[in-house]
Write a protein that binds this ligand. Structure first.
Ligand code: CUA
Length: 152
């Protein structure tokens, strides 16, 4: 079977374009060390808000979004910490946005979304819900408080 010349060129052109897209995606992921949020199997243990210190540089947070607050409302950690965030919702779909850290997740009932964020600079980072979820939406926020590390 013979392929039309022009058709062949179009196929090659579109394949190279797709290759370019995939390449740029992987390139950006490596260059900016962006962490692609992952979806992990649902389990009841993630539905209780919790902050756990795993080691000196790693904290684990189970975050719950509900109308109209986040739990825990305040996450206090020392500077230079990686935080594994496991996020779910207790009711409708909420957003979970930390603008300064380029974190943009959805909180969905029955699903767990996970991402890891590194906090090097002391300060207060706002978490806001950026998905309209009802009358209390604009008040739905929380904070990550990054403290100076104590000298040892
Ligand atoms: Cu929760 Cu908007």
């Amino acid at each position: 079977m013979e392929i039309d010349k022009i058709e062949k060129r179009i196929i090659i052109a579109s394949l190279s374009l797709m290759g370019l897209f995939v390449f740029s995606l992987l390139y950006a992921k490596n260059k900016y060390k962006s962490d692609v949020p992952e979806c992990i199997p649902y389990s009841k243990i993630y539905t209780e808000p919790k902050i756990t210190k795993l080691d000196d540089q790693t904290y684990q947070v189970f975050a719950i979004a509900r109308m109209w607050q986040f739990q825990p409302a305040k996450i206090e950690i020392p500077a230079g910490t990686d935080v594994d965030i496991y996020l779910t919702s207790n009711d409708v779909v909420h957003g979970f946005n930390i603008a300064e850290k380029n974190v943009n997740m959805m909180a969905v009932f029955g699903a767990i979304n996970k991402t890891t964020v590194r906090f090097d600079k002391p300060g207060v980072y706002d978490i806001v819900c950026h998905e309209y979820c009802g009358v209390g939406h604009q008040n739905m926020r929380a904070q990550v408080v990054v403290n100076y590390r104590e000298e040892k």
